[in-house]
Design a protein around this ligand. Structure first.
Ligand code: FES
Ligand SMILES: [Fe+2]
Length: 370
């Protein structure tokens, strides 16, 4: 992944305050986390992915379904990321115990009756071209889901994975940090079109944006963002003047304390011109879309990447000292608390505030560009 490497080089130079912190500013969040894009998991593929300080093993059955399991074989603990599939059975490489699609042990490598030793399954949900798994701090089973997004579900996207320091809440919070769109991302102006609507596990942001580009000048953009848990942002970015819609799904995943992977998928559509016959309009639109796809994907990645040095080096500032011009960050943080164990957020915020005094000097030394 060329793009991954390119941005990784720019964001991981030198030690960072987030990397050297003795404890993260927030505990691990509960809910769904994206671990792979669907097309990374062809039938028969076994993948190991990091999540919350552990490995998760994902595999796709020949018949299409995806399974997620804890990584250690219940027999003697071999890592199942080394396993292979025999038909729809996952076969451990150590003693060839095989596990059926329901996770139960169906045979041993000795031809003897299999023990009662099922795989430790993790709830998995494949939607919008990505594979999400569920972890909850109190062991609760999934009680909500990320819905199918018609704009990209089942359709080809361009996508990329990055890794950096930081916590996933700050990625989701970015969508309500209205102030930073002008100061960091270069938009001329961004304002909320309506108050942010919070539901139990999702929220919606409607933004009116003014952008400018060389030779073109200023133009309006409508941005609609749906957030699902601390797992996923889906942004529809509509530029009426060019008949252009960009659909961007951003999925941050906590992989270790203060460390995250970030996945992004994009799709572009162009409105068919009305001045031509339907057949010609379709051909022209297809050609224009194809020509725009790659440059727009790169520019969308560059837009996201403007936040990388910030996330990679920042600390979680709680409480924040907000002023006029800021987005409604306090309300977002209040909503986000439901994804953490209550006592975890309280005690870490206090501890973090104390530590910030001790770490003031090295933080300045290690600041970006310093
Ligand atoms: S450890 Fe997996 S079969 Fe023995
Ligand atoms: Fe941002």
């Amino acid at each position: 992944m060329g793009l991954s490497r390119k941005y990784a080089n720019t964001i991981t130079q030198g030690p960072t305050p987030a990397d050297v912190a003795r404890a993260p500013g927030l505990p691990y969040p509960s809910g769904w986390s994206a671990l792979a894009f669907s097309d990374e998991l062809r039938p028969g593929t076994v993948l190991t992915r990091p999540l919350l300080g552990e490995d998760v093993v994902l595999y796709r059955l020949r018949t299409g379904g995806v399974r997620a399991v804890r990584p250690y074989c219940p027999h003697l603990g071999a890592h199942l990321g080394l396993a292979g599939l025999d038909g729809d059975d996952l076969v451990c490489p150590f003693h060839s115990f095989a596990f059926g699609p329901d996770g139960s042990c169906v045979r041993t490598g000795y031809g003897t009756p299999p023990p009662k030793a099922p795989l430790d399954a993790i709830p998995v949900h494949e939607v919008n071209g990505a594979v999400f798994v569920w972890r909850h701090h109190d062991g609760r089973e999934p009680d909500w889901r990320i819905p199918a997004w018609r704009a990209i579900a089942g359709l080809p996207t361009r996508h990329v994975t990055w890794e950096m320091a930081g916590n996933v809440q700050e990625v989701i919070e970015n969508s309500v940090d209205i102030g930073h769109f002008a100061t960091l991302h270069g938009w001329v102006r961004a304002e909320l079109g309506a108050p942010i609507a919070y539901e139990e596990t999702n929220f919606h942001v409607s933004m009116r944006v003014r952008e400018s580009a060389p030779l073109i000048g200023e133009f309006d953009v409508e941005v609609e963002v749906d957030g699902y848990g601390l797992a996923c942002l889906q942004a529809e970015i509509h530029t009426p003047r060019f008949g252009l819609r960009m659909y961007t799904q951003v999925m941050p995943t906590a992989i270790a304390p203060n460390r995250m992977q970030l996945r992004q998928a994009n799709r572009v559509t162009v409105t068919e011109p009305s001045w031509s016959t339907p057949g010609l309009a379709r051909t022209v639109t297809r050609a224009v879309t194809r020509a725009l796809e790659w440059p727009l994907f790169r520019s969308s990645c560059a837009f996201t990447a403007a936040d990388f040095p910030i996330w990679h080096h920042k600390r979680y500032q709680q409480p924040p000292r907000l002023g006029p011009g800021d987005g409604p960050i306090g309300a977002f943080r209040h909503w986000a608390r439901k994804f953490y164990p209550a006592e975890g957020v309280e005690s870490r915020s206090a501890a973090h505030a104390d530590r910030s005094l001790e770490r003031a000097a090295p933080e300045r030394v290690n600041s970006p560009g310093g």
